[in-house]
Ligand binder design. Structure first.
Ligand SMILES: [Zn+2]
Length: 108
C-alpha cells in the first residue's frame, strides 16, 4: 500500500480539532483514568499551563504561549474522545489496553 500525502488528513483533522476541550473525555496514559479535561488539575505558569491528571498527578497536557503562537502538547493523554457528548457516540480507540498503542501521537 502506498502512503497518501498528509494533506488527505485536512478534512478529518479539522473535525477533530474543533472540539470543546473542557468537556472532551481523555484517558491518562499513566493510570488509565478517563475524565473530561475540565476535571484536570491545571497549574499556571508565566509561559502557559500544565494540566495534570486528577487521579495520579501525571502531566496530561502542556500549553505554552510563544508570544502570539501557542504550542499544545498532549504527551500524557492516551487519547481524546472527540464527538462524545457524554453518551456513547464514539467508541474509544483501544478501550481496555494500556500498551501505548493507538494513543494520541506525542507532539515534539
Ligand atoms: Zn492518571
Amino acid at each position: 500500500m502506498q502512503p497518501l500525502d498528509g494533506n488527505v488528513l485536512a478534512g478529518v483533522l479539522s473535525d477533530v480539532f474543533s472540539f470543546e476541550p473542557t468537556t472532551t473525555p481523555g484517558r491518562c496514559e499513566t493510570c488509565s483514568d478517563v475524565a473530561p479535561l475540565g476535571q484536570a488539575l491545571v497549574y499556571g505558569h508565566p509561559m502557559g499551563f500544565v494540566a495534570r491528571c486528577r487521579s495520579c498527578g501525571s502531566i496530561l497536557a502542556v500549553v505554552v504561549d510563544h508570544g502570539g503562537r501557542t504550542s499544545f502538547a498532549m504527551r500524557g493523554l492516551q487519547w481524546l474522545r472527540v464527538g462524545d457528548d457524554g453518551g456513547a457516540a464514539t467508541p474509544a480507540p483501544d478501550a481496555g489496553t494500556h500498551d501505548g498503542a493507538g494513543g494520541a501521537p506525542a507532539l515534539r
